[in-house]
Write a protein that binds this ligand. Structure first.
Ligand SMILES: C[S@@+](CC[C@H](N)C(=O)[O-])C[C@H]1O[C@@H](n2cnc3c(N)ncnc32)[C@H](O)[C@@H]1O
Length: 537
């Protein structure tokens, strides 16, 4: 706890700026002197093995400006009618071709204080810089750790730079057991107390975050909430502990300069020779037309599942530039349907920026809005019409090892969403599963992290590599599967199974709904005709 004003001449209580790491959670709220106040539970130190009987105190919003995310968690838990958990825990939603089921357990950051038996002071192990007194009601076990709580009244005060709870003699402090807050009376009072000031501050804080991201907007016609303030918008992957990311200077590049007017509508002008296209899809139509003998040999190797040296073979270029006024390069139908990895040119290529093999790396060009849906949390729409094959944006987040992803999965509760996306496109080819990485978009990422699932989606995720020799790190890029009118929710299929006829899909859904094994699973609210009934099925 740090102090903005050490004291006030009028004797009013000084203003504290409460630091997020100092408190474990927001417990309740009330209205006092026309201001919303929030009851917080202070963290105590883990080194002292006494039960967690941390003191609590009420604070105005001006003291909680750095802890608004915890106030937000409290407000959201109230709207859901649940007690607030101590952290913005993730939801379980594992994205990617090989879904991982990940769960998270909420952890309470509370730790006990140590109490000096002589003075009755509660002392944290680390000195606090707090400089002033706040009144509170606290309880502590004076005798044992067995739960025989003898409640005593105390005030907090600063002593030698420490926060201490001192037994109150002069000040009349009502007796409240601080280990069991909020009291039923507090809860009842809170139920009838609006929290409009807090909602307004939270909205302003989220809009401030958005201001730094061009062409990104927020819309909520459902309620007053915003996405989590804990979420950080990032512009690139953030490598986590143990993640190796090759220096772009080491990427192998192509050495043929592109000519300005070449490949205007067709794509690359060197589809046979470009080194970056070595692993691009072979253009079998062109091969059989130009060199039937080579085509036969190619097909023989393919059927025998043997290594094929594709250098010099004609390749299918992934992008096409439709003629027309607003004509972004689009992903061609072959790649849209076949899911072959896309290889773009990189910083070491001689082709230059005019090269047509640079689409995803130039980043999002379309304006997006994160909006509140009635039954799927936040979703995303594009403010402009998208054409089939148009690039939208990539999925960003922290890149973590599979081991770390497993650890995060084990530390999670069942119903919560996660935002883990496996980078497992090349697992089984040139990569072992345990060597692959996972993108965690829970606390950091881009707007695509808010895209919801649909069993009949209008977008799809594709692998885009700039370093053909690295099977571990590549971009996950979203492209429109069809023309999408402005304002239509963007969706993709989290599981991406093979296409099914509608009657088959409906029969399977009805069976899934009846299956008791699916009782705890998360229902899919996509509303598509071919909806499979549950997420991740
Ligand atoms: C990657 S997040 C998408 C953003 C999310 N709606 C949010 O508000 O943060 C995945 C989570 O969104 C929700 N969701 C996505 N698609 C859904 C659907 N079709 N039906 C119900 N919930 C869905 C689920 O809670 C899922 O765990």
């Amino acid at each position: 706890m740090s102090t903005q004003n050490a004291s006030t001449s009028s004797g009013a209580r000084a203003i504290y700026v409460v630091k997020p790491l100092e408190i474990s959670k927001v417990l309740c709220h009330r209205r006092k002197n026309d201001r919303e106040q929030f009851l917080i539970r202070w963290k105590t130190d883990p080194e002292f093995p006494v039960p967690p009987r941390a003191p609590c105190s009420w604070h105005d919003l001006e003291e909680l400006t750095q802890c608004l995310h915890l106030v937000q968690i409290y407000l959201e838990s109230r709207s859901r009618g649940q007690p607030a958990s101590s952290s913005a825990a993730p939801n379980v939603a594992t994205l990617g071709p090989q879904p991982l089921k990940r769960k998270r357990e909420s952890r309470d950051g509370e730790h006990p204080l140590s109490r000096d038996s002589r003075t009755g002071y509660l002392t944290p192990a680390r000195p606090s810089r707090s400089t002033s007194v706040i009144s509170l009601s606290s309880s502590s076990d004076t005798s044992s750790n067995t739960g025989d709580v003898s409640v005593y009244n105390a005030v907090l005060e600063r002593k030698d730079g420490w926060i201490v709870a001192k037994r109150s003699k002069q000040i009349k402090v009502p007796k409240i057991n601080a280990t069991n807050l909020p009291t039923p009376e507090m809860v009842e009072q809170a139920a009838n107390t609006p929290f409009t000031q807090a909602e307004r501050l939270i909205r302003a804080a989220f809009h401030k975050k958005l201001e730094r991201i061009p062409n990104l907007f927020l819309e909520n016609k459902i309620d007053k909430s915003t996405p989590s303030l804990d979420f950080k918008f990032i512009k690139d992957y953030v490598p986590g502990h143990g993640v190796y990311r090759a220096d772009p200077d080491t990427y192998e590049g192509c050495d043929r300069p592109c000519k300005p007017n070449m490949g205007n509508h067709v794509g690359c002008e060197h589809p046979r020779e470009c080194e970056c296209l070595e692993y691009a899809a072979v253009n079998e139509d062109a091969l059989t037309r130009d060199d039937p003998k080579q085509y036969r040999e190619y097909m023989r190797l393919r059927q025998a599942n043997e290594f094929i040296d594709t250098r010099g073979l004609p390749k299918r270029f992934p992008y096409h530039k439709p003629k027309g006024e607003r004509s972004p390069q689009t992903l061609v139908q072959f790649y849209r349907e076949q899911r072959h990895p896309i290889y773009e040119c990189n910083v070491n290529c001689r082709c230059g920026l005019i090269c047509k093999s640079r689409v995803v790396q130039k980043g999002r060009k379309v304006p997006l809005t994160i909006f509140k849906t009635p039954n799927r949390g936040w979703g995303v729409y594009c403010n402009e019409e998208l054409i089939a094959g148009e690039f939208i944006d990539t999925y960003l987040g922290e890149i973590i090892t599979t081991q770390e992803a497993d650890r995060r999965e084990q530390a999670s509760t069942k119903e919560k969403q996660s935002y883990l996306y496996s980078l497992d496109k090349f697992v089984g080819d040139s990569l072992a599963e345990e060597e692959s990485y996972v993108v965690d978009g829970q606390y950091m990422g881009g707007p695509t992290r808010f895209i919801n699932h649909c069993c009949e989606p209008n977008c799809r995720q594709y692998t885009v590599s700039y370093n053909k020799n690295d099977p571990r790190i590549y971009d996950i890029a979203f492209f429109a599967l069809e023309d999408i009118p402005a304002g239509t929710e963007l969706t993709f299929d989290y599981v991406d199974p093979d296409e099914e006829e509608e009657d088959v899909a409906v029969r399977k859904r009805e069976a899934a709904m009846r299956d008791p094994a699916n009782a705890g699973k998360q229902r899919c609210n996509c509303g598509a005709r071919k909806c499979r009934g549950f997420l991740w099925t």
